[in-house]
Design a protein around this ligand. Structure first.
Ligand code: PAF
Length: 266
């Protein structure tokens, strides 16, 4: 049985009890619309913790004007049943007014790791992410928190914020989960029609080509760019090398998909 909690004080109460009893807390923050990528995070959290808390909160601070905040897929009942089937103990599903009784004037920004790539494509996004994750960590308290590597820059931001602000959180990065065609799972895939879903395969394919080219001594960026250019219905936003990884963002129709892989990965 999963227990649904809407209030901050309830979350503190339940998790303090777990810790007082000597147990460890696992935490998986999400925007909801759970898929198998989230399932991998939740399964790992459940296997490594005495109690696991999932948060489902579509955080307005991380959506820019004109982005898909209103349209973002929401199906709380389904998410709760999915999480319960994985053995998750608590679901924190705060209404907007519980998280932000007033528009916050205190925000968190995490320097260099948030510049370029998604930081440039989505101005203000990472400050919204850092602010809500800092707030969620403050609510949940000491825990192990699980994040997917698909959102690489977000993962680096969280790691750096935790280190800089001495937050009592162990950040655990988990490998990207892909479908049988290599497409990295993402809630935004729900926006794609069948043709677009087919075209979306180019995102991972371009990374693989780029990495292969790199292995042959070619320019990985140029190789990846060429691959995307050859796929109708797609448009490259950026491709970059950072942290020894190749990162890419591609518009498929109006939906932007991001992905990355290690240049030295097998
Ligand atoms: O990756 C996400 O789902 C979100 O950015 C997060 C970490 C839950 C913050 O709202």
């Amino acid at each position: 049985m999963i227990e649904r909690l809407e209030r901050v004080d309830e979350v503190r109460d339940r998790l303090d009890r777990v810790r007082r009893g000597g147990g460890g807390v696992g935490f998986v923050p999400t925007l909801g619309a759970l898929h198998d990528g989230h399932a991998a995070l939740l399964r790992r959290a459940v296997s490594e913790s005495s109690a696991t808390v999932l948060s489902v909160f579509v955080n307005p601070l991380q959506f820019a004007e004109g982005e898909d905040f209103d349209a973002y897929p929401r199906d709380l009942e389904r998410d709760l049943a999915f999480a319960a089937s994985l053995g998750v103990t608590f679901a924190f599903t705060p209404p907007l007014g519980e998280m932000y009784p007033r528009p916050p004037v205190t925000t968190v920004s995490v320097g260099d790791v948030t510049s370029g790539m998604e930081g440039e494509r989505r101005p203000g996004h990472f400050s919204g992410v850092a602010t809500v994750v800092a707030k969620l960590f403050t609510i949940v308290g000491p825990c192990r928190a699980y994040f997917g590597e698909k959102d690489w820059q977000q993962l680096q931001l969280v790691r750096r914020m935790v280190e800089d602000l001495s937050m009592p959180v162990t950040v655990v990065g988990c490998p990207t989960v892909r479908d049988e065609h290599g497409v990295a799972l993402s809630s935004r895939l729900a926006y794609l029609d069948d043709d677009e879903r087919q075209a979306a395969r180019v995102v991972h394919a371009a990374l693989l080509d780029g990495r292969e080219g790199h292995g042959r001594g070619e320019d990985a960026l140029a190789v990846a760019r060429r691959r995307v250019a050859a796929e109708p219905g797609t448009r490259l936003s950026y491709v970059a090398v950072r942290d020894d990884r190749l990162h890419i963002a591609v518009y498929v129709g109006s939906v932007c998909l991001i992905d990355n892989l290690g240049l030295a990965d097998p």
